[in-house]
Design a binder for this molecule. Structure first.
Ligand code: FES
Ligand SMILES: [Fe+2]
Length: 403
């Protein structure tokens, strides 16, 4: 018997934890700082290992259900090192395949759209949306083949809570419930699959993918770096950090808005779901997703390693959550909101991470330090180390370049 999940109680708990920190002048913390070698961001060998292990062996978020809106919808993904084709077949199920024909590996589809079947542009072999080979062009001249050996290479895929994940190898286990762990009920309550895309933006940068990711994981930088844009809106250096999923490798950081103070004037018994307006929930989904969910919008950041250790691409997709409705629930102008977020990342967060990469390239500084107040970074980098079969130890304390 499933009791109904109480999302209001989850939000009330967040607000109360924030108030405790505000009263004490504290933030969620780890007992010690963590020094990490700067080679985490510059070592080409580690970078190759990350692509082979962390990326190839973990389920990958690819899109929301609304990106495959109807039976016959398809979409392609090429950023993960394996060309992937997603289809929604005529039963409504999502399928993932290697985007390659089984004759001589012709690419089947580009971009996204709607189709009744898959016809290879090279020699016109035809597949259905479940990946089964249906027709061989000029079969009499081609010769006899057993078609059952020529279905598309299927990749594991799962759709749940409005999200679609795939594995890049047939033996990768994709379980969204396992991945979300104790956060699953909250994701279920959000009904993310109905959100509609507002706009997308890509950054192709000379920055290691993890340096870019780091900017999403702490609020310590909010007041100094985002003074002009978020300074009045968000509490700097106060965040709640919760871990979830396999080996607790995912995290959620709750960043309170300054407006949260007004809730002190209302009895807790009056608080409803609208208190979700008073904080931002930023989720890290291992290995490369930053997902901000708010009452009105979803900000999805998908980060991919580039060709070399100092290159990466981030795709930002802004989605609008229309289903809640009601006056005052959301911001009025989705496009303006998209541009606001895009510009903050461009001019502030990613401006910084590009500069950091320039500084690290020379190898003159051997370690960076994550503060006690940046606990999600400790956890995320320890998980990345585990992902490549290593353990992240304290980097040696040395006086690089000091007299
Ligand atoms: S490669 Fe697809 S039909 Fe020949
Ligand atoms: Fe930031």
């Amino acid at each position: 018997m499933n009791e109904k999940f109480d999302d209001r109680a989850a939000y009330v708990d967040i607000v109360n934890r924030v108030f405790t920190h505000l009263d004490a002048g504290t933030t969620d913390s780890n007992p010690d700082v963590l020094r990490v070698p700067t080679s985490l961001y510059t070592d080409p060998e580690l970078f190759e290992l990350e692509k082979e292990t962390i990326f190839r062996r973990s389920p990958q978020f690819v899109c929301f259900s609304s990106d495959l809106p109807e039976n016959g919808s398809f979409s392609t993904f090429d950023e993960m090192g394996v060309p992937v084709l997603l289809t929604r077949d005529n039963t409504g199920a999502v399928n993932a395949f290697l985007n390659a024909c089984t004759h001589r590996a012709g690419r089947l589809k580009d971009g996204s759209g709607k189709t009744a079947s898959l016809s290879c542009p090279y020699h016109a072999w035809g597949f259905d949306l479940k990946g089964q080979l249906r027709t061989v062009y000029e079969e009499k001249t081609f010769g006899t083949i057993d078609k059952s050996y020529y279905n598309l290479v299927r990749l594991p895929a799962e759709e749940k809570y409005g999200m679609v994940f795939v594995g890049l190898a047939p033996d990768v286990k994709v379980s969204i419930d396992e991945m979300l762990g104790e956060m699953a009920p909250l994701f279920a309550s959000w009904n993310l699959g109905t959100a509609k895309v507002v706009n997308r933006h890509e950054w192709h940068m000379k920055t290691n993918w993890k340096l870019a990711l780091d900017t999403f994981c702490e609020g310590y930088h909010f007041t100094p770096l985002h003074k002009a844009t978020l300074g009045d809106v968000s509490h700097g250096n106060l965040s709640l950090v919760d871990y979830f999923g396999p080996e607790q490798r995912n995290h959620r950081v709750a960043f309170p808005n300054t407006s949260i103070a007004k809730l002190r004037d209302r009895p807790q018994s009056d608080w409803g779901l609208e208190i979700f307006h008073e904080f931002q929930l930023v989720h890290f989904l291992y290995p490369n997703i930053s997902l901000l969910v708010s009452p009105s919008a979803i900000e999805l950041f998908q980060l991919y390693p580039g060709k070399s250790v100092d290159e990466h691409m981030t795709r930002y997709s802004c989605y609008w959550r229309t289903q809640e409705g009601g006056p005052g629930w959301g911001v009025d102008d989705p496009q303006a909101h998209f541009e606001f977020v895009r510009d903050i990342v461009t001019k502030e967060d990613y401006w910084v991470s590009a500069n950091v990469m320039k500084s690290l390239r020379g190898g003159l500084r051997s370690f960076n330090t994550f503060g006690r107040n940046e606990p999600a970074l400790h956890n995320m980098h320890r998980a990345f180390a585990r992902g490549v079969g290593r353990v992240l130890e304290q980097a040696p304390l040395v006086k690089d370049g000091q007299q």
